[in-house]
Design a protein around this ligand. Sequence first.
Ligand code: HEC
Length: 149
Amino acid sequence: MPRLLLGLCAALVALAAAGEPLQAPDRDSARNYVLRCMGCHGAEGGGVPPKIPSLRRSLPLFASLPEGREYLMRVPGASNSALSDAQLAGVLNYLAQRYADERTAARLAPFSAQEVAAKRRPALSDVASARRAVLARLAESGVTLAEDY
Ligand code: HEC
């Protein structure tokens, strides 16, 4: 058992040394949001109606469904951003934590670099229909969200 723990520690140290954090710390994610997303989505995530969606309600809700998570990772602004997979996971987690109510926050699984790497590409070519499909799934559980931004 101790040997296993030592092995684990060594692996973690090796990862850290390779400059690959398991998950970017929140401070970095807040900064990445400012650098890569805020210009369009705004300092408070409120978007610019009617062109740019607010992330405040949709993001934590979408993060609670598999198809919603894929949508969040594949929406062009996220998918095509210069952020690495780990950094994009960090920004999505940062936003989900920031905007989820307590009940939603408690059941949200964090995004990982692995999940982002597997799902991020290709970027959605038809955002509107992908979004409608997620809204329909949410509606099944009694949650409604407006189709327009
Ligand atoms: C150049 C402006 C721009 C930038 C930068 C940008 N977005 Fe967006 N984002 C949009 C627009 C416009 C949409 C609406 C969908 C579409 O047309 O792509 C959108 C949609 C979204 C959505 C879907 C929200 C919903 O309710 O459907 C998410 C999530 C999102 N963006 C996250 C991000 C993240 C995270 C970043 C930073 C990594 C980012 N965006 C950067 C413009 C931008």
